[in-house]
Design a protein around this ligand. Structure first.
Ligand SMILES: [Zn+2]
Length: 201
């Protein structure tokens, strides 16, 4: 079965060592299959997952394998909207390519995406972030992270002698990721939790 091996950095035809299909219609309407594979080149263990997809009224097939472990670098929670997600993916690509200035610029653009998704009135990041804080969408700490990211984004974006270091680029990328997780993933989770609580009442 075809899976991406992170150690070989390429798609490989993994040797299937075992698999298990589970089906729990209450949680997920589609059967799910976990597959343990061995990379034929480096012999690493890889875990893939596949969903059974309906292809017609009576037909279905398994989707191509998504690597679950080691976790894919491109994995981004689906709750993060496209406007922020695309920049976050770009930022990770830049980091992997050791383009640290570009990575920080893309991390900054991720925050612009967060602002745009919340339709902040301020068109630039400095006002957008403040508005997110004032509306309670981000708290004081995340606001400070966002501010640092914004300042470094400006260093990365303009022709100066200052360079963004690898460590700083990684931290700033993690800040952008954490802000997205907080604003989109955890907030959505919390709202669903509260809805369930209301229904239960
Ligand atoms: Zn491999």
């Amino acid at each position: 079965m075809i899976i991406e091996c992170p150690y070989c950095d390429s798609k490989v035809d993994g040797e299937v060592k075992g698999e298990h299909t589970s089906y729990n219609p209450e949680d997920d309407p589609y059967p799910f299959k976990a597959v343990l594979l061995k990379c034929p080149a480096c012999h690493s263990a890889l875990l893939g997952g596949s969903d059974q997809i309906q292809t017609g009224p009576t037909t279905s097939e398994w989707s191509s394998l998504t690597r679950l472990w080691p976790q894919q670098e491109t994995y981004i929670d689906w709750e993060i909207p496209e406007i922020a997600r695309n920049s976050l993916i770009e930022a990770r690509r830049c980091y992997k390519a050791k383009a640290y200035d570009a990575c920080t610029v893309m991390s900054g653009r991720t925050l612009e995406g967060v602002c745009q998704d919340h339709s902040t009135k301020g068109t630039n990041l400095i006002h957008g972030l403040k508005e997110l804080k004032d509306k309670g969408i981000i708290d004081e700490r995340l606001y400070l992270w966002g501010e640092e990211l914004r300042k470094h984004r400006n260093i990365g974006a303009h022709a100066t002698k200052e360079k963004i270091t690898k460590d700083d680029a990684k931290d700033l990328l993690d800040f952008a990721q954490a802000i997205c997780d907080y604003v989109f993933v955890l907030n959505a989770k919390f709202n669903r939790f509260m809805e369930r609580k209301d229904i239960a009442k």
